[in-house]
Ligand binder design. Sequence first.
Ligand code: 5GP
Ligand code: 5GP
Length: 207
Amino acid sequence: SPPQDPGFDFFYLTLQWPGAYCDTKRSCCYPTTGKPTADFGIHGLWPNYNNGSYPSNCDPNNEFDPSEISDLVSTLQKKWPTLSCPSNEGYKFWEHEWEKHGTCSESVMDQHGYFEKTLALRDRINLLQILTDAGIEPNDEFYELKDIKNAIEEGFGFTPVIHCNRDPEKNRQLHEIFFCVDTSATEFINCPRPRDGCPSHIQFAKF
Ligand code: 5GP
Ligand code: 5GP
């Protein structure tokens, strides 16, 4: 029989730069395990439609159940660390991502699969190394958006979508990097309708 329609067109794998999440007026909080590593962390794996819209909160009956991911928690703490306040040790963040986004891909994978596959996808991109090798470092300097995108395209093979936020001085800074993934959450793909949310010259904050 043909595979079931997953109900969406692709995923965004969204990674966040902790230096930019923390370098705002709002500031951030660390879990009791300490300051996260100075590396890109996972924000989420988000089902999307090709037209730019996306489903959310698809199944209120499929609540986050921490007991289903107990084997993944130590890896999630390292690769999917929370930075908001209060920290809740990451569980609030993972719960939010599962309930808002994960439930919209429940025809493809269950809760354990959602977190496991997201971690596996993140492990396939050596993002900070790729940027550092290209001379693009988290040192509060400004870089050309096109140089950042070119470095990632050359080092990884796919062009990401980049989102920026503002630091307290209102400088636009590298905040999130989105990669596109097929509906089985196993293969990277070229992004449909890539639209960056950054000016041409952006800061890469220290963390
Ligand atoms: P922001 O307004 O900060 O860009 O996004 C707020 C939240 O909206 C994100 O954390 C995410 O949950 C959701 N969101 C924003 N843009 C997208 C998108 O393109 N696709 C999906 N699936 N969710 C998004
Ligand atoms: P989204 O922006 O995905 O819709 O929502 C993110 C939610 O997760 C917000 O309620 C935010 O407070 C919470 N959260 C917890 N930790 C983090 C974090 O490290 N980064 C982001 N972007 N949101 C976090």
